[in-house]
Design a protein around this ligand. Structure first.
Ligand code: RIB
Ligand code: CA
Length: 314
């Protein structure tokens, strides 16, 4: 079976970490070409540190990791240490990474890699603010046909926002970038809060991660126990949503997900609704659909897949 070539654009973040581990634990199906880091949950120097820590944890010190944009296109950076902790990867005690970052800027590498690829051969999985992806599309529009699809975590419509009443964090941090990506014409699958809030971690599931008896399991249990406290305090319930791995789970088992092709645009003018993903769910405009908006997931299937692939990392 030919492996799907993937670039993960990320702002680790504990849930980004689980997405990266899910991808690296699925080496039969996915060929991760590299990780491009962006400022988001924490500043760029920490997202690049955290990406290297996670790749070393996965036994992949060979992974190409690139530093990308340190600031959104127009707005000042908003971070989320209240959710992810000061380092962005709070929970376990981490040693500083030994592996080095690549010298090339993430956007330059993304453009170079895509231009050298066959049409429709590479999937982008952005799980942070879309600054890197939008910059690449703006600087080199010829990369668009090279991208098979963009499977992103971001946005919210039926579930509202998580950083403001109207906006989800990844879109809110860089709404101008998100507007560019949704208008790019590249096929998009969006994993918004509408679906990620349908798959909430349970204490038993987090315990089953720790029961794997591996360093990966131990570190993930510590990350997830730290990360979910914020959402449990805010939303109540047994556990919080595990946002970013939804993108990788979709690549592996799309049958776990249900969505609808719709037209999506992003608010970039009003401060009240800045970064809101405005979804034309009932086709009230004549705008052709530009995204598949996912709203349902087989939660048991999702968590079973994540656990299975974490176990595969040994
Ligand atoms: O709103 C959730 C998203 O914001 C996730 O990608 C999380 O890692 C943060 O970046
Ligand atoms: Ca993220």
């Amino acid at each position: 079976m030919t492996k799907r070539q993937v670039i993960i654009d990320t702002d680790p973040g504990q849930d980004d970490a689980l997405a990266i581990l899910l991808a690296l634990g699925s080496s039969q199906e996915l060929d991760v070409l590299g990780l491009t880091c962006v400022a988001g949950n924490v500043p760029l120097d920490l997202t690049t540190r955290n990406a290297r820590i996670i790749c070393e944890l996965a036994g992949r010190p060979d992974m190409a990791i690139f530093a990308g944009c340190a600031e959104p296109l127009e707005r000042s950076l908003v971070t989320a240490e209240e959710v992810h902790g000061k380092t962005g990867l709070d929970g376990p005690d981490w040693a500083e990474p030994a592996m080095q970052l690549q010298d090339q800027h993430a956007v330059d590498w993304m453009i170079e890699t895509l231009l050298a690829a066959d049409d429709g051969s590479i999937t982008l999985c952005p799980v942070g603010p879309l600054t890197n992806v939008a910059t690449a599309l703006t600087r080199a529009p010829d990369i668009a046909p090279k991208i098979a699809e963009i499977v992103l975590m971001g946005g919210g419509y039926f579930k509202g926002g998580n950083i403001t009443p109207a906006a989800e964090f990844n879109i809110y941090v860089d709404p101008q970038a998100a507007k560019i990506v949704f208008a790019s014409g590249v096929p998009i699958v969006a994993m918004p809060l509408d679906v990620t809030h349908e798959a909430l971690m349970s204490k038993d599931w987090v315990a089953s991660v720790g029961a794997l008896g591996t360093d990966v399991g131990d570190k993930c249990q510590a990350m997830l126990s730290f990360y979910e406290r914020y959402d449990v305090e805010r939303y109540g319930g047994d556990g919080g949503p595990l946002h970013d791995p939804a993108t990788i789970a979709y690549l592996l088992k799309p049958e776990l997900y249900t969505g609808k092709k719709v037209f999506v645009d992003v608010e970039v003018d009003s401060e009240l609704t800045m970064g809101m993903t405005v979804v034309d769910w009932w086709g009230k405009t004549n705008n052709p659909p530009n995204a598949t908006w996912i709203t349902e997931v087989d939660s048991d299937g999702f968590f079973g897949l994540v656990l299975e692939r974490l176990a595969a990392l040994g």
